[in-house]
Write a protein that binds this ligand. Sequence first.
Ligand code: AHR
Length: 684
Amino acid sequence: MKKSTYLYIASLVTAGMMASCTSEVKESVPVTLNVSEKGAPVSPSMYGVFFEEINHAGDGGLYAELVQNRSFEEKEMPEGYFVEHGRLKPAPVPNHENGKVNHDASYKWNNEPVRAWSLQPADESIASMRLTKEQPMFESAPNNLEVSIHQADKPVQLINEGYWGMNIEKGKLYTLRVIIRKDAGYEGKVTAKILSKSGKVIGEANIRTGKSDEWYDDLKVFEPTESDNEARLALEFDAPGKVWLDYVSLFPPTFNARYNGMREDVAQYLADLKPAFFRWPGGCVVEGISLPNRFDWKKTLGDPASRPGEYSTWGYRCSYGMGYYEVLQYCEDIGAKMMFVCNVGLGCQYRMGDACSEEEIATYLDDCMDAIEYAIGDVNTEWGALRAKHGHVLPFPLQYVEIGNENWGAEYDRRFDIFYKAIKEKYPQLTLIYNDMTGLSNENRAIEKTDMIDPHWYVAPDFFYRNTTLFDTKQRGKWEVYVGEYACNQGVGGGNMNAALSEAAFISGMERNGDLVTMTSYAPLFENVNNREWPTNLIWIDTDQVMGRTSYHVQKMYAENRPTYNIYSSATILMPDSMVTAQDSIPQKFLASGYDEKTGEIIIKFVNASDKAQTIDFTLEGVANVLPEGRAITLQADDLGDENSMDNPNKIVPVEKPFKKFGQTFSYNFPKYSFTILRVKAEK
Ligand code: AHR
């Protein structure tokens, strides 16, 4: 392979030709691609997804549950935490690196008496409610709601607003589960009603209440009479007395018809990315604001009604409804490998930064080992047996374990070695990942060994445009790189075309360095549009809509057009020589090329972030025969600031067209503000 291949910066050839019918100057650039000069392979694991409970990504997002605060656990706080001036304050624990306590830390807290639930009429002399832990149905999720009906001249309704409304669709079956207890004084009926936005009853089911003072677990399946995307669920009481509710859940049909599963449209939209892996549960929730707030996978197992949930670190309670089992099942359903992220006994170092004691490290390690055993252990093991009991005898597709999330420092490094050794000894087939918080700038880590390292980048567009060659010179051989979180999220609105094109450019550099970078995942993955906690997120969700930002389409285009290996290209960044050395010059045009062995196609990717179209005169070498007809897939906007929105979700989407002028030499005109993929059938 010619040495210059991957850092070659082409000269811009100004042909100075006048276009026939316009006065534009046509500038074309010659580029040679050579299929017989193989570059780095592109790993099948390259494009995956990162999931975290942030922005209501799970509850009110991917998870299909329609009832918010269904288990009434929302007011629970991590151990030692308290509310001050309406904000959640963590217990004052010292940061393990500097010994200081972050007394200023405080987090969003919902101050409604019972989140998402209200009584109608809202008149305490008619009906009132309070949370109680008396006689819990499940010790693990002890809260229940006591509803006292003082007068019932007219029925009293307890209403759940859902996650900014509920999407109810005529023609679909809904499953309602209510765990209820009544006192001897309540002699009325309990009726569940689906109310449309205007208050019309569009679905109804009678709830059985069982014997007085005993919990009754009732399940009803019903079909609504009308559709409404802002519906609510009401439980109606028509007599005086007291009723307690432990759990109220309403499910639409789920993806792959899984019990306690994912929302169909969202799960399908994600599956359309064909993710090679699914990282879970985070993200900062892995560590928690401090350790008592960390994500606890064991509490996500079993009967959903028994799961306590946890404050999500991002300002609301995560129900734990979408638990470890459900995620593993989803991975299997969509053909993705699971990546589990464990806690090494360190709280989030950007927040409180506490560390568990030396003796407790073993507990965290055991917790991680149990998670692995639950996913892939034999049914004769303790946790493998539990998986089988939960319904899955065969192992799930767990392949990766990330040891810690965004941890750093000497203590992390020491703990990493302990975890790495123990996990590798028992499960040599797993790929283990180290957190790299230096953006690959530290090549000499103080750890004994790792399989992969995980740097993160949340940046402005210029960073990605300037850093497509970042990986070219990084050392090989010690580890592979998993870029576990990256996104252009600064100064790009909700996530515009400029963001997407800069990511496309950066990915071209990662793909070209496929011998080093073998896995990537954009982050964060989802937002419910009513609760954006993070500036830009890949997929937007509303009650009845799911929308991909332009960045989603870039991800999808890359995943669908992954070559087997790179091929020689005489240019990867197009820039006039005069600009190459200029400090402030930002490249705008990027080219990546590879060969797909399965289909026998050359795949050319071109990012044009400039305001002018760019013609390239291609010469294809190392091929015996090139078919004239192939495909061109283009994502293009009129302006770099353009973005998709819920009102205009298809403003910028990829358009695929046949192109009939491919040949051993051919020209292609790449439009301004575009990302284009050409697929050229070429026999070697
Ligand atoms: O993706 C959002 C957050 O960014 C993640 O929780 C964390 O790992 C990173 O800081």
